[in-house]
Design a protein around this ligand. Structure first.
Ligand SMILES: Cc1cc2nc3c(=O)[nH]c(=O)nc-3n(C[C@H](O)[C@H](O)[C@H](O)COP(=O)(O)OP(=O)(O)OC[C@H]3O[C@@H](n4cnc5c(N)ncnc54)[C@H](O)[C@@H]3O)c2cc1C
Length: 292
């Protein structure tokens, strides 16, 4: 347990002030204990994984940040059960090596299993929910319960966890047996493709805005990056926050950016898209803390 821990150290954007208290939960019991203590003391808490989808305000979080670091990996034939804090890309790498197919499209995505389930992370036509079977959750009353896929109400970059704030302690995936060499090749191809579109070092939170759901568009979505490109987003900069040169929907910390600068840049981009195209962009990232 640490007091006044800078959250800039725990987010891929590298911005954000301190958490009043920062706790690392390495086991399911650690997480249950941490949530129980917060409840007992009536302290506000927020669970983070890899911090790869968060913008934390400059004054930080006045409460307890619980870092989910539960990282067991258990194989039972084609089924894998992993801790909520298990690194998503390591999970993909391991399953490919084991010749288990189903999550290889998620190669290279940052963050943890819990974060991915919360936001139904996905790429290249696949999402974490595709082969997801069930998970053990912890709710605010410290009640542990297991739920199957139906409970999670998965949709585009969304799940029930965004509303309930329940914690994924562990999750089980039902994969299918396949050729390990082929899967590893698919994985490397995806990583190669991603490297052309994403910054090489941590300085972003991936795509900042959600694509616009539009059934008449190809794949049912209008890419936010396409609209941002057209409004000239890549030329825009607020302080040390800017837009990535290879992807107009990726906001980057150019070095020493504040959360306020990233937020102001995001607001400006939203306004430009609204003024020029009439569309309201909504954030894919989660804001944490105080933003005006
Ligand atoms: C370079 C880069 C590329 C990216 N590419 C993609 C992409 O292709 N596709 C995509 O979907 N996303 C992408 N992202 C965004 C991000 O990687 C995903 O959203 C990821 O799933 C977030 O996981 P996390 O552990 O970092 O969550 P965090 O950022 O720590 O938290 C995000 C949310 O998840 C919740 N959460 C975290 N852990 C748990 C848990 N154990 N139980 C319940 N809730 C939890 C938090 O409370 C919060 O609401 C990218 C990000 C980066 C930096």
């Amino acid at each position: 347990m640490v007091a006044n821990e800078p959250l800039s150290k725990h987010t891929t954007l590298g911005v954000g002030g301190p958490a009043s208290i920062y706790i690392e939960a390495r086991t399911k019991q650690d997480m249950i204990d941490a949530v129980s203590i917060c409840r007992k003391h009536n302290s506000e808490y927020f669970v983070i994984g890899g911090g790869s989808n968060l913008l934390v305000s400059d004054d930080g979080f006045h409460g307890v940040i619980i870092h989910c670091a539960i990282d067991h990996f258990i194989q039972d034939g084609d089924r894998i059960t992993v801790g909520g804090g298990y690194d998503l890309d390591t999970f993909v790498e391991k399953t490919c090596e084991l010749g288990l197919a189903g999550v290889q499209m998620l190669s290279g995505i940052k963050g943890t299993i819990g974060g991915a389930i919360c936001g139904n992370a996905g790429a290249y036509g696949g999402t974490i929910s595709d082969h997801f079977e069930s998970a053990t959750l912890l709710n605010h009353a410290s009640y542990v319960h297991s739920e199957d896929k139906y409970y999670f109400e998965f949709s585009y970059r969304n799940s029930i966890l965004k509303r309930t704030r329940e914690v994924v302690l562990e999750a089980t995936f039902a994969l299918t047996t396949d050729d390990a060499t082929q899967l590893q090749k698919e994985r490397l191809d995806i990583i190669e493709k991603r490297s052309k579109r994403h910054p090489k070092t941590d300085c972003s939170a991936g795509c900042f805005f959600r694509n616009i759901e539009k059934p008449d568009e190809k794949y049912g979505k209008l890419a936010a990056g396409h609209l941002l490109e057209k409004v000239g987003a890549k030329k825009l900069r607020v302080g040390n926050a800017g837009v990535y040169e290879n992807h107009a929907n990726i906001l980057v910390n150019l070095g020493g950016a504040t959360a306020d600068e990233v937020r102001r840049l995001a607001m400006e981009l939203k306004k430009m898209v609204k003024d020029q195209f009439g569309y309201d962009l909504n954030e894919e990232i989660t804001y944490l803390g105080n933003f005006r």
